[in-house]
Design a protein around this ligand. Structure first.
Ligand SMILES: Nc1nc2c(c(=O)[nH]1)N[C@H]1C(S)=C(S)[C@@H](COP(=O)(O)O)O[C@H]1N2
Ligand SMILES: [Mo]
Length: 299
């Protein structure tokens, strides 16, 4: 059974990689995930190896930098990270403009989490580091009326060829229901392999929602809004038939143009075996969020 993350990292997990990861980071990660074990979310995983740094940073989707999988690696160097701030607004007690350091200043090292995930049909196993979205939502104080969280990516036309060409209705936007946002698996990632987040992967900070399709995991976030409405979500707005608001991985619901019953692991080579796609990408612990919902209608 291919679960996508593990809670017992060891040096053996990272030695095949070009990137050096020191013992302390591994230990910090193991501690963070220990807390997940207590919450009942720990999974054993025997066979999946993390993808290499090269794979993770050379095959990306980031339409602000072009629509090709290799465009982000070519173009994202132009992303300007200077004085990066995140505006937090809407139904919060402490709205304001925060740096990433402001948002994380209250977290202990143990609260920084470290895990593997894989993304949609081109599955990658990526050792993200970051923290729980719930930690910063709690810090800014979510008000009682809030039901959803909306996110926006930076728009830097001078630096983003895809924005200049208008390939999407920018800013790129995404949203989660509040209970999805508060789930401990939902993370704000600030790095990979213990290194700062590469620009093509969404520097300096991006969402990672491991049981949903990749496009929910919005990159280079500049705004987080607590709202009482289902937020605008870029792919859902452009093509609701193909991209539902929820976008939970559901092997039983085919994409209008292809089956989602199996997926191919990136890095496995051209003839790599496909593996069965698992409901919620194998993260059974989120199933209760959708109790009573028709997951065919709410795709
Ligand atoms: N701002 C922004 N975020 C984005 C995208 C994008 O085009 N723009 N693409 C999404 C899609 S479709 C995927 S599959 C993931 C890819 O993340 P990765 O390149 O780190 O694997 O980013 C998501 N976040
Ligand atoms: Mo995607």
């Amino acid at each position: 059974m291919a679960h996508r993350w593990k809670n017992d990292l060891s040096a053996a997990d990272v030695t095949p990689q070009q990137m050096f990861l020191n013992r302390r980071q591994i230990m910090a990660g193991a501690l963070g995930l220990g807390a997940f074990g207590a919450a009942g979310a720990a999974k054993a995983q025997d066979d999946l190896q993390p993808n290499t740094w090269e794979e993770i940073t050379s095959y990306n989707n980031y339409y602000e930098f072009g629509t090709g999988k290799d465009d982000p690696a070519k173009n994202a160097h132009a992303l300007d990270l200077t004085d990066w701030v995140i505006e937090v607004d809407g139904l919060v007690d402490n709205p304001g403009t925060y740096t990433v350091a402001d948002l994380t200043s209250g977290l202990t090292e143990e609260e920084r989490i470290y895990r593997f995930r894989c993304v949609e049909a081109w599955a990658m196993v990526i050792p993200w580091n970051g923290f729980e979205l719930a930690d910063i939502l709690s810090a800014v104080g979510v008000q009682a009326g809030a039901t959803h969280v909306a996110f926006e990516t930076a728009v830097q036309p001078d630096n983003m060829p895809g924005v200049r060409r208008g390939v999407l209705d920018f800013p790129y936007r995404e949203g989660l229901r509040l209970d999805e946002a508060m789930h401990p698996l939902t993370m704000m990632a600030t790095g990979i392999y213990g290194e700062p987040m590469p620009k093509q992967n969404g520097a300096p900070i991006r969402l990672v929602v491991p049981w949903k399709y990749g496009f929910k995991s919005i990159k280079s976030i500049v705004r987080i809004t607590l709202t009482d409405k289902q937020p605008y979500a870029t792919w859902n707005a452009i093509n609701a038939r193909e991209y539902g608001f929820y976008s939970n991985v559901n092997p039983e619901v085919d994409h209008p143009r292809w089956s989602q019953a199996t997926e191919r692991l990136i890095g496995g080579g051209l003839f790599a075996a496909r593996q069965d796609t698992l409901m919620f990408n194998g993260y059974d612990e989120v199933a209760s969020l959708y109790d009573g919902m028709d997951l065919r209608a709410n795709y």
